[in-house]
Design a protein around this ligand. Structure first.
Ligand SMILES: C[S@@+](CC[C@H](N)C(=O)[O-])C[C@H]1O[C@@H](n2cnc3c(N)ncnc32)[C@H](O)[C@@H]1O
Length: 277
């Protein structure tokens, strides 16, 4: 790890840029109430995957609460590992830490992976991670994503189900689309997560579509999106594509270089939409 500048002051921070720093240092020098939305995924459990960098999630939660605007949202994507047959519950520990520093746990969403390999002989195949939605007060922006309904038009609909178990039916309208549920499913791997081969030099890239769906849901054009642990730069790239400003930070110079190359390639090639599932 070389050339890491660990004391980047607010006046040195240029938006639409990615910095190499410990995110705790980086945020400590940031103004309060500065960021509209954070979409990030922390390192969890197996720190060796990330070259052993230390990770203090309680302090990070505290700083995120300070720098996010009132009504701003932090999307925190995290899963649990299994150690000696025991789930670590790291995700729950993180959620409680965020609640303790003042965030509302606005939602506990699920990121379901479409193509997961069979992992354990004595348990069901794990196919999800949590996407916690932490908000500073009530979210100031919510643009609900919609999905097509199977049927639409006028139909006799089940109206009520009382304890006697008898369903009443009334004539009602089914809309052509409805707000999505809080379980989102994505294909993973090349072509699913992203088309950018270089991104896979990072061990834990999340899908471009996941980042985009949160950016569209919880922010508007022109807003400032921050990923304090940006890895291969997925959030930053999707913020750029969706006409938001971005700031990225990662402790690893190697990953910052991947993220920068990815963004530059995108900028040079023009709009190249990611593959969606
Ligand atoms: C799960 S990965 C993020 C992957 C990213 N969402 C993507 O799509 O590529 C977590 C990242 O956190 C970084 N990291 C770990 N500790 C950090 C810290 N204290 N400050 C900044 N980055 C950190 C690691 O280098 C790693 O790239």
């Amino acid at each position: 790890m070389s050339n890491i500048k660990t004391d980047i002051k607010q006046e040195e921070i240029k938006i639409d840029n990615i910095y190499c720093d410990n995110c705790l240092n980086f945020m400590q020098n940031m103004e309060a109430d500065y960021i509209d939305l954070v979409v990030t995924s922390p390192p969890y459990d197996d720190l060796r995957d990330y070259n052993g960098y230390l990770f203090n999630y309680s302090q990070i939660a505290k700083q995120l609460y300070r720098i996010i605007k009132p009504g701003g949202v932090v999307v925190w994507v995290v899963g649990d590992k299994i150690k000696k047959g025991n789930k670590t519950l790291t995700s729950f520990r993180h959620a409680l830490a965020f609640q303790e520093v003042g965030f509302n746990v606005h939602d506990t969403m699920i990121y379901k992976k479409k193509n997961t390999p069979f992992m354990r002989s004595n348990a069901y195949t794990n196919c999800f991670e949590f996407m916690f939605i932490f908000s500073k007060g009530s979210p100031k922006t919510f643009n609900p994503l919609k999905e097509k309904t199977v049927r639409s038009g006028m139909e006799m609909l089940v109206h009520n189900k009382k304890s006697d178990g008898i369903n009443k039916k009334i004539l009602g309208r089914l809309n052509e689309e409805k707000t999505k549920t809080n379980i989102w499913e994505y294909a993973v791997g090349l072509g699913g997560t992203t088309n950018d081969k270089i991104a896979f030099n990072h061990p834990a890239v999340f899908p471009e579509r996941l980042a985009q769906d949160h950016i569209l849901s919880w922010s508007n054009e022109g807003d400032l999106i921050f990923d304090p642990m940006c890895g291969s730069g997925t959030t930053c790239k999707m913020a750029l594509i969706n006409k938001r400003h971005y700031l990225g930070c990662d402790i690893s110079e190697e990953y910052v270089n991947i993220a920068k190359t990815r963004i530059d390639t995108y900028k040079n090639k023009g709009i190249q939409l990611p593959i969606f599932n």
